[in-house]
Design a binder for this molecule. Structure first.
Ligand code: MTE
Ligand code: MO
Length: 194
């Protein structure tokens, strides 16, 4: 018996609304790939659930409000294409996905003085300001060279930008341009900066 099913059965009908509201957003058909927490509007799922949000628990996350996106929800946002030179092979690649700022907007993150911590599955979690996310036109890439990005590779989501296009970034060696670009991105915490 599946664990979730067992818990629901064992706790009985009274627990069902809590579980339904737990860590799965009711409106999503696919698994949540990206969860935006903190300064979101009302959110589309329940708060941090220490029982079911296991990877988040291991990474010491906690939140009251969250907006989750599955692949379809991200694909429904306008996508843009960028062609940065990547450090892994020093070659130009085509990356495509919605603007990070648009993803945040869809989660109801507003305001000009916002900082976002972008957390990857391996715990890597650089922080940037929303202003810099806009300035460097960060995208949440869903495709690399026309194909979805594998989990275990750079995907399924990669926060990345076209470093070549910005003189301050292009001036750095290619190996130093992507420190703010977590591959395997799955969580973004938005905070109003002090
Ligand atoms: N998930 C994840 N993304 C990451 C990193 C990482 O360790 N984990 N390292 C960052 C840094 S510091 C650089 S320079 C580039 C390349 O690091 P990598 O070789 O670990 O991918 O990816 C960035 N994105
Ligand atoms: Mo780095």
């Amino acid at each position: 018996m599946r664990k979730r099913h067992f818990i629901a059965t064992a706790l009985g009908a009274a627990a069902a609304p809590v579980l339904a509201q737990g860590n799965a957003a009711a409106s999503l058909k696919g698994p949540a790939l990206l969860t935006v927490t903190g300064a979101v509007d009302k959110g589309n799922r329940g708060p941090f659930d220490p029982v079911l949000d296991q990877l988040m628990a291991k990474q010491k996350l906690s939140f009251a409000k969250a907006h989750a996106f599955d692949f379809a929800a991200l694909a429904a946002l306008p996508a843009i294409t960028i062609k940065p030179t990547l450090e892994y092979d020093n070659k130009q690649h085509t990356l495509r996905g919605p603007l990070l700022a648009d993803v945040l907007k869809a989660a109801g993150v507003t305001g000009d003085n916002v900082k976002v911590a972008m957390r990857a599955i391996d715990g890597y979690a650089p922080t940037i300001s929303l202003a810099d996310a806009r300035k460097y036109r960060f995208i949440v890439a869903t495709q690399l060279d026309g194909k979805p990005l594998p989990l275990g590779g750079l995907g399924p989501l990669w926060a990345v930008y076209e470093a070549d296009k910005f003189p301050d970034m292009a001036a750095k060696p290619v190996s130093e341009r992507f420190g703010l670009c977590p591959w395997g991105l799955y969580h973004i915490d938005a905070a109003q900066a002090a």
